[in-house]
Ligand binder design. Structure first.
Ligand SMILES: O=P(O)(O)OC[C@H]1O[C@H](OP(=O)(O)OP(=O)(O)O)[C@H](O)[C@@H]1O
Ligand SMILES: O=C(O)c1cc(=O)[nH]c(=O)[nH]1
Length: 233
C-alpha cells in the first residue's frame, strides 16, 4: 500500500536531515539497531515546521475522532521533548485558536534548581491538569515511565502520549533475541493506563518508504532486525 503523501514527505525530509539514519546504532536500552531516529536533528526551520504540524494534526485528529479525549497540558520530557512541546503548542493554536489557544505546555528540568523560582517543572503546573506527554521515540519505555512518575508526583493526570515514531519492537529484556515476538512498550503503556498512545510514523512506514526507493540493503537489515525483535501487538 502506498504511503500517504505527508508521510512520504516527512520521511524524505527526515532522511535528508539525517534525523532518520541507517547503519549500526546502540540504543539507550543497549539493543543494537540498524536505524535510528535522532530528533536532535529536527532543527532546520522547515523540518521543525513539518514535524510540529504532523504532531499537531495527529493530536487534533484524535480529538476530533474521540470527543472524550480532553487535555490541558502538553508535557515534553527533557531534553528532546522540550522543543517538541513548545512548537506543537504553537502549531495547535495556529490550527484552531478557539480550541487550543488556552492549552499549555511544560517540561521538567533534569536537575532540580535550588535558587530563583526553584523546582523541577518549567511552564504550566501539572497539578489537577489532564496531561499529554509528547516525545520523540519509545523503545523500552524507560524515559516515558520516568515522565509518568513526574506527572503523578506533580498531581497531574496522564490522559495520552504522542510520539513521532513507533519502532514497533518488543520491549527489551535480558533474553530478548530469541526471535519470539513480544509486547511492545507502547502496547504495554496502552494496556496499563488505558490511554491513547499516538505515533505519527511507524517502522512499517519506513519499510514502505524504503521499498518505494528500492533500497534493498537497508530493507534486508530492517527485516533481520524485525525477525529478532518484532512486537506481538
Ligand atoms: O524508551 P526508551 O528506551 O527510554 O528510549 C527512548 C528515549 O530515549 C531517548 O531520550 P534520552 O532519555 O536519551 O534523553 P534526551 O531526550 O535527553 O536525549 C529518546 O529521545 C527517547 O526519549
Ligand atoms: O531507543 C532509543 O534509545 C532510541 C531510538 C531511536 O530511534 N532514537 C532515539 O533517539 N533513541
Amino acid at each position: 500500500m502506498a504511503l500517504p503523501e505527508f508521510k512520504q514527505k516527512l520521511l524524505s525530509d527526515c532522511v535528508s536531515a539525517d534525523a532518520l539514519k541507517f547503519g549500526t546504532f546502540t540504543l539507550k536500552s543497549k539493543r543494537v539497531s540498524p536505524y535510528f531516529v535522532n530528533a536532535g536533528l529536527f532543527h532546520k526551520a522547515r523540518l521543525v515546521r513539518s514535524i510540529s504540524t504532523a504532531y499537531a494534526q495527529t493530536l487534533k485528529a484524535h480529538g476530533d475522532s474521540d470527543p472524550t479525549f480532553q487535555w490541558d497540558v502538553l508535557f515534553g520530557p527533557a531534553y528532546k521533548g522540550i522543543p517538541l512541546a513548545a512548537v506543537t503548542a504553537d502549531k495547535l493554536a495556529d490550527l484552531d485558536d478557539g480550541k487550543f489557544g488556552d492549552k499549555s505546555y511544560s517540561f521538567n528540568r533534569k536537575e532540580a534548581k535550588d535558587h530563583g523560582e526553584g523546582g523541577n517543572i518549567v511552564g504550566a503546573s501539572l497539578k489537577g491538569q489532564k496531561v499529554v506527554i509528547i516525545d520523540d521515540v519509545i523503545t523500552a519505555g524507560t524515559a516515558i515511565r520516568e515522565a509518568i512518575e513526574i506527572i503523578k508526583k506533580e498531581g497531574g493526570e496522564l490522559v495520552g502520549i504522542i510520539v513521532a515514531f513507533d519502532r514497533q519492537e518488543k520491549t527489551p529484556t535480558p533474553t530478548d533475541d530469541d526471535g519470539k515476538p513480544g509486547p511492545s512498550a507502547i502496547g504495554q503503556l496502552r494496556k496499563q493506563y488505558g490511554i491513547p498512545v499516538l505515533a505519527i510514523l511507524t517502522l512499517d512506514d519506513v519499510v514502505e518508504y524504503l521499498r518505494g526507493l528500492g533500497r534493498e540493503d537497508d530493507l534486508k537489515q530492517l527485516d533481520e532486525y524485525r525477525a529478532k525483535y518484532k512486537a506481538s501487538d
